[in-house]
Design a protein around this ligand. Structure first.
Ligand code: PMP
Length: 288
C-alpha cells in the first residue's frame, strides 16, 4: 500500500506529496520538526512533543498554521490512513515559500506535513550486545548561536558528528559542548550510571530536552533510583559503570564501548537493562 502523507490540510498520495524548491525549510533549514512514536495505534507522549514543537517554533518566530488540536486530529487521521499500529511519525513545519533572500517574514504560508511509517530500530542484537560509540570532535552548536533545544530542520552539526562515527565504523557519536562537557549523542540523549546513581547532562549543556529522557528519568525515580543532572566530562564516560542513550527511535540502548575503551564489564549494565524494560512496558502500556 502506497503511503498517504498529510500535506498542509489533507491527505495526499506519497507521489503527490511535494513541496516547492523555494520553501525556506529546504533553502535554509528554516523550520522545526518532531519524531514521534506510535505504540499499539496510540501516539506516544503527544502533549510533550507538541509543546516542544510549539516552543521551538516560537523561538524562531514561526507561526504554526494549525492548532494543537488540529494537529492531533491530523496525526490520528494519518496514522489510521496508513494502518500504523507500531510506527514512527515525522511532523514537520517549514517556513514556507519565499524568495532567495533570508527574510522569513515574506514567507506567507508555513507548510506542515506528516509522514507516518513503520519504524527502523537498531537491530535487536545491538540492544542485547550493546552499542559502540566515539567522542566526536565536532562541537555541539553553541547554545548562544543556535539553541540545541530547538529541534530545527538544520541538523548539519549532528550530521558532521554522525559522519565521524560512521567513518570510525560505529553507529553513534557523543558530542561535547564548547566547554568540553558532554552535550548529547547525534540523535539521542546521554545517561551514565556510577555507583548506582543515574547521571545525565543538564539540558543547558547543549542538548535537546528529550522526551524519552524525561520518561526515563520518571521511571528511574519510580524505581527508587537517584537521578542527578550534572555536567559530565569525557573522563566520566570512560570510568562509568553503565552508559546508555535514550531517544524516540532508539528508546533505551546500552553503550559498551567508547573510543575503544570498554564500558563497565562490556555488556549493557543491570540498571540500563531494567530501565530499557520499564520503558518498553510503559510505552506499550504493559506496566505492572
Ligand atoms: N537529541 C537530538 C539531537 C535528537 O534529535 C533527539 C531526537 N531524535 C534526541 C536528543 C532525543 O529526543 P527524544 O527522546 O525526544 O526523541
Amino acid at each position: 500500500m502506497a503511503l498517504k502523507i498529510w500535506l498542509n490540510d489533507r491527505l495526499v498520495e506519497k507521489a503527490e506529496a511535494k513541496i516547492s524548491v523555494f520553501d525556506h525549510g529546504l533553502l535554509y533549514g528554516d523550520g522545526v520538526f518532531e519524531g514521534i512514536r506510535v505504540y499499539g495505534g496510540r501516539v506516544f507522549e503527544l502533549k510533550a512533543h507538541l509543546r516542544r514543537l510549539f516552543e521551538g517554533a516560537r523561538a524562531i518566530r514561526l507561526p504554526i498554521p494549525m492548532t494543537k488540536e488540529e494537529i492531533t486530529d491530523a496525526l490520528q487521521v494519518t496514522v489510521a490512513a496508513n494502518e500504523i499500529d507500531d510506527g514512527y511519525i515525522r511532523l514537520v513545519v517549514t517556513r514556507g515559500v519565499g524568495t532567495l533572500g533570508l527574510n522569513p517574514f515574506i514567507c506567507r504560508d508555513p507548510g506542515l506535513f506528516i509522514i507516518a511509517d513503520s519504524i527502523q530500530l537498531y537491530p535487536e542484537e545491538l540492544y542485547e550486545a550493546g552499542m559502540k560509540v566515539i567522542s566526536a570532535t565536532t562541537v555541539r552548536n553553541h547554545p548562544l548561536a543556535l539553541s540545541p533545544q530547538i529541534k530545527s530542520l538544520n541538523y548539519l552539526n549532528n550530521i558532521l558528528a554522525k559522519i565521524e562515527a560512521l567513518d570510525s565504523d560505529v553507529p553513534e557519536a557523543v558530542m561535547f559542548n564548547h566547554e568540553g562537557y558532554v552535550a548529547e549523542a547525534t540523535g539521542d540523549n546521554v545517561f551514565i550510571v556510577k555507583n548506582g546513581i543515574v547521571h545525565a547532562p543538564p539540558v543547558e549543556a547543549g542538548s535537546l530536552e528529550g522526551i524519552t529522557r524525561a520518561v526515563v528519568m520518571k521511571l528511574a525515580d519510580r524505581e527508587g533510583l537517584t537521578v542527578v543532572e550534572k555536567n559530565l566530562t569525557r573522563h566520566d564516560l570512560y570510568v562509568c559503570d553503565e552508559f546508555f542513550l535514550s531517544g524516540t527511535a532508539a528508546e533505551v540502548i546500552g553503550i559498551v564501548e567508547i573510543d575503544g575503551r570498554t564500558v563497565g564489564d562490556g555488556k549493557p549494565g543491570p540498571i540500563t537493562c531494567m530501565l530499557r524494560e520499564r520503558f518498553y512496558e510503559y510505552a506499550r502500556g504493559k506496566e505492572k
